[in-house]
Design a protein around this ligand. Structure first.
Ligand code: F6R
Length: 235
């Protein structure tokens, strides 16, 4: 574990952008694992800025996002597809055919999960995975209790998670009830992991990640078993 304490959100974003830029410079055809949410917003902004200064290219890269809601997809403002288009994909030279998110509109969701998992394998596996962390220790949409060996699967969103995501939806009934997420086993198979946690409300989770037991009740704790994790955190 490498722990990097930062004094600002901008500093966290810059350090993360440097790690990803170095990854792309040393291996232009890297497979990158990406996340949505508030934690990586500044990171994407910084990555786009540096890319536009031609520091590095995404032309040969491949990306896989952690998760997507069931029932919404490309074109829906609240989908993770759209989040990625808006904050990253629209601004970089990554070919559309190599931007991957689980398809929450698939008619057979289990088949979609297998397809996604297989695609990650066929791409050579994830070189560098970006993560945020939930206040309950979730990574991806893997809530407490998710088996450590899980692969991409369908999950029912807990009421707490639905409420914390409610701000993005106009109407209560629009908040999805399910999502597709890489499993904890999928995440652990990534060669390197960078986890971002910023703000007062994340500090309990960071403390538990640092000092707590490895238990399925706190999904991120499994990262102690991973050989190459960098946690960038601060408040
Ligand atoms: C996002 C994801 C989630 C978030 C986590 C933290 O794709 O899978 O695990 O990383 O919920 O979210 P923020 O960054 O919004 O605090």
């Amino acid at each position: 574990f490498q722990w990097i304490e930062v004094s600002s959100y901008e500093q966290m974003s810059e350090i993360a952008a440097t790690i990803f830029a170095e990854q792309l410079l040393s291996k232009p055809d890297s497979v990158l694992g990406l996340a949505t949410g508030g934690s990586p917003l500044g990171f994407y902004k910084e990555l786009v800025r540096r890319h536009q200064e031609e520091e590095f290219s995404f032309a040969r890269a491949t990306t896989f996002n952690l998760d997507e809601y069931v029932g919404i997809g490309p074109g829906d403002a609240t989908s993770y597809h759209e989040f990625m288009n808006e904050n990253l994909f629209r601004h970089i030279d990554l070919p559309e055919t190599r931007r991957h998110l689980p398809n929450g509109l698939a008619t057979d969701l289990d088949a979609e999960c297998s397809r996604y998992e297989k695609l990650i394998g066929e791409s050579g596996g994830i070189d560098l995975q970006l993560l945020g962390i939930g206040v309950n220790g979730h990574i991806g949409f893997n809530e407490p209790g998710t088996p450590f060996d899980s692969r991409t699967h369908v999950i029912e969103l807990t009421e707490a998670t639905r409420q914390s995501n409610a701000r993005f939806f106009d109407r209560e009934q629009d908040i999805p009830k399910k999502a597709l997420t890489m499993g904890i086993g999928t995440i652990m198979a990534a060669r390197k992991i960078v986890l971002l946690a910023f703000g007062d409300n994340k500090m309990d989770a960071v403390e538990r990640l640092e000092n707590g037991a490895v238990t399925e009740e706190f999904p991120a704790s499994i990262l102690h078993k991973h050989p190459h994790v960098t946690v960038i955190y601060g408040k």
